[in-house]
Design a protein around this ligand. Structure first.
Ligand code: SF4
Length: 437
């Protein structure tokens, strides 16, 4: 009887890639593998945890405790925990949750396969068992971060930035394409720093340009760029290569010089605004996603009004926002009082998201009448659900195309004219199936 292993991934797409690599190894050693937090299959469960901010930590701990209950009820034989939370708090977790058979960190989870008796001679390699729809994959090009943003615990968990070699990444791309992947979400903690460690220079533009030349790569989308020392040649690569999406996710966090300085972001308001202007000049029509942080210690009403004014003027296509949560061990936790009251943080979050909702509604409406290449991800009821090159899975807008308009295949492209819109989603009329493109 095949042993089963349930791997539950918490947190970000970088964690997901680690989970996919571990699942692949289990599959190769005869385990039935599952990646569905809603249902466990009884033998071994592994939680790949997140330790980024309080909410994420709580979610991970609740998932572990839920599985402890299943184990105590005899519905689970083995329970293992890995990832960022146990990288950071292994000792405390071992003391507080003894029901867990063993804790692993961010990097030593490979040991897990050795520790499970059923695995003979398991040697980890690049293969991954994709948990995403088979037509797209997350491509992790580096791990760790050398920056020291005052609010961020990630460097404390992941350690220094270490890039994979261009050759290693391109080989993985070819393997993924051979497995049916057409679209790559390129990720790292700090994408634009790629290569600084192993090549002593930024090599992201070269990497992406070489990826774009790999046959079968249809879409490449870039995430987690940083505004300081931005590799400008990347904009030429995006502009000149049709299969590099006109899309850039660049986390700006704030705009007021007072707050940017306190956050230790090494970038000013003027530099940020000049960069956004340059990106839009160099790549007309580019879709910019950003992430902002409100309620950072010392953020005044005036600082926040500067942020609101910036968002109003910049009109980001996509925007996510967090409110500051103090993370022990960070520069901010050691040097600043968390002096912005929770209700003020929440009020600022609400105002910012309301403003962005209005902007997104207007920008979506401007797409009516335009024709887009759409990747079909799934069918839901009477609609096919897809995305344009401006939409990253799970975080951005979707295009809904009526099933009645024609037979579409999951993982295939089509052409659709936008006929209606909402705050974040678009409705499309099918123009052409993939084959006719
Ligand atoms: S660049 Fe990103 S991951 Fe690195 S310290 Fe700053 S916020 Fe954290």
């Amino acid at each position: 009887m095949k042993h089963s292993v349930d791997l539950i991934t918490m947190g970000c797409s970088k964690n997901l890639v680690d989970s996919e690599r571990l699942l692949q190894l289990f599959a190769e050693h005869g385990y039935a593998t599952y990646h569905d937090p809603e249902e466990v299959h009884g033998d071994i469960a592994i939680v790949n945890t997140c330790g980024f901010i309080n909410d994420a930590k709580e979610e991970s701990i609740n998932m572990i405790l839920e599985l402890c209950n299943l184990k105590e009820a005899g519905k689970l034989k083995g329970l293992y925990v890995m990832g960022c939370l146990s990288e950071r708090y292994r000792k405390e977790l071992e003391e507080e949750i003894p029901q867990v058979d063993k804790f692993y960190g961010k990097y030593d989870w490979k040991q897990l396969v050795q520790d499970l008796p059923a695995v003979e001679g398991g040697k980890l390699h690049r293969g991954r068992l994709l948990t995403t729809p088979s037509h797209f994959a997350y491509l992790k090009i580096a791990e760790g971060c050398d920056r020291r943003c005052a609010f961020c615990a990630i460097p404390l968990i992941t350690g220094k930035h270490h890039s994979r070699t261009i050759e290693d990444i391109l080989q993985e791309v070819e393997e993924c394409v051979a497995a049916g992947v057409k679209e790559f979400q390129v990720i790292a903690q700090e994408l634009t720093y790629y290569g600084m460690d192993i090549y002593q220079e930024q090599r992201l533009p070269e990497l992406i340009e070489r990826m774009a030349k790999v046959p079968g790569v249809e879409w490449i989308r870039l995430h987690y760029a940083y505004p300081n020392n931005f590799p400008m040649d990347l904009l030429r690569v995006i502009r000149e290569n049709d299969n590099v999406c006109n899309y850039l996710d660049i986390a700006l966090q704030h705009i007021s010089d007072n707050v940017l300085m306190r956050m230790r972001r090494n970038v000013t308001k003027a530099e940020t605004e000049a960069l956004i202007k340059k990106i839009r000049e160099e790549v007309p029509g580019i879709c910019i996603r950003t992430t902002l942080l409100v309620g950072f210690p010392g953020e005044t009403e005036e600082d926040f009004e500067q942020l609101m004014d910036f968002v109003k003027r910049a009109r980001f296509d996509r925007m996510g926002a967090f409110s500051y949560s103090e993370e022990e061990g960070t520069f901010a936790a050691k040097n600043y009082d968390d002096d912005v009251p929770e209700e003020v943080k929440q009020a600022r979050m609400d105002r910012l998201m309301k403003l962005q909702e209005g902007i997104s509604t207007e920008l979506c409406a401007e797409k009516i009448g335009q024709v887009f290449k759409v990747m079909i991800d799934r069918q839901e009821g009477d609609y096919y659900i897809g995305r344009t090159e401006h939409d990253s899975p799970d975080v951005d807008c979707e295009v809904l195309i009526p099933v009645s308009e024609g037979q579409l295949k999951i993982g295939e492209f089509c052409l659709a004219e936008i006929v209606a819109s909402e705050e974040y989603d678009l409705y499309g009329h099918l123009i052409k199936h993939d084959t006719a493109l």
